[in-house]
Write a protein of this length. Sequence first.
Length: 357
Amino acid sequence: MGVKKTVTLLLSSMLLLTVAGCGGGNNSGNAGASAPAAGNSTAAPDASAAAPTDAPKALTPVKIALDWTPNTNHTGLYAAKELGYYAEEGLDVQIVQPGAAGSDTMVTSGEAQFGISAQEALTLARLQDVPLVSIAAIIQHNTSGFAAPKDRNIKTPKDFEGKTYGGWGSPAEQAAMKAIMDPEGGDVSKVKLVNIGEADFFTAVKRDIDFAWIFYAWTGVEAELRGEPLDMLYLKDYAPQLDYYTPVLTTSEKEIAEHPEVVKAFLKATSKGYQYAIDHPEEAATVLSDAVPDLDPKLVLASQKWLSPKYKDDAPRWGEQKLEIWKNYADWMYGLKLLDKPLDAESTFTNEFLPES
């Protein structure tokens, strides 16, 4: 659930143009939808044998690619799968990790019908004419920000001055830092920037940095469990243009055009899964831990309790997206010359397939 992975997605989206034209593979979403039930091909031609209504209905295979290793951002997906919500909608959903290619590439090429991405990545992808569409906001408000151990005494963005920031060398990092420092009278040029590569946050702050960009729902909650409290400065609290959607559920324009019923069924079940996680955080944490035994169950439970109220938050329904959120972030990036042209925000997302609240 790291911010580092989000920016990796931004960089990997530059590769999407090489696969955007491939398109093939989305038909796999309906592969087997009309296939006979197992064993029917060898059944005796006896009218008294299994009647057509007795045969189990074949489920439509669907694949969703995660953005990172499984975590509580993904709980609704696992709940929908393990509690049978996808099967109720006629879907056989496989949840996979993205691998080196990244979820955006997998969705664009048709290797997966759905994926998890972030508004930052989709903004860049759409400006390269990559036909990805956001179909739901998994979390309604940005839960990321700059975090520091309390002994660094970073209480406001101005306190970044004279401190060392550990990141991964993206222009978006300094831009975000500047956006929240300027209104506080801070000077971003007085922050030392170092690249910490793949170093773990807890290792890095003990070694050579003072603060970094994290998602509180995972790294921040882990800090609490470790007894290492943080000062957390959420981006959304200082700059409204940085209250963007991260993460989001995506699909391709091709999937929407050719299989709208699959998109609608997938979102109906997924919405039900996230609503279950909202209403039953402890039970939902157990579902995720059982499905992914490698996760620390204590961290999953604590993270789930923190995150469950934030999935829907103040939105009229889970997944709802607003045009102004997409436009504000893209306009800010364009104003900083981090984008080559304005974003057609209306074509980048849709609420069309969300179930009614």
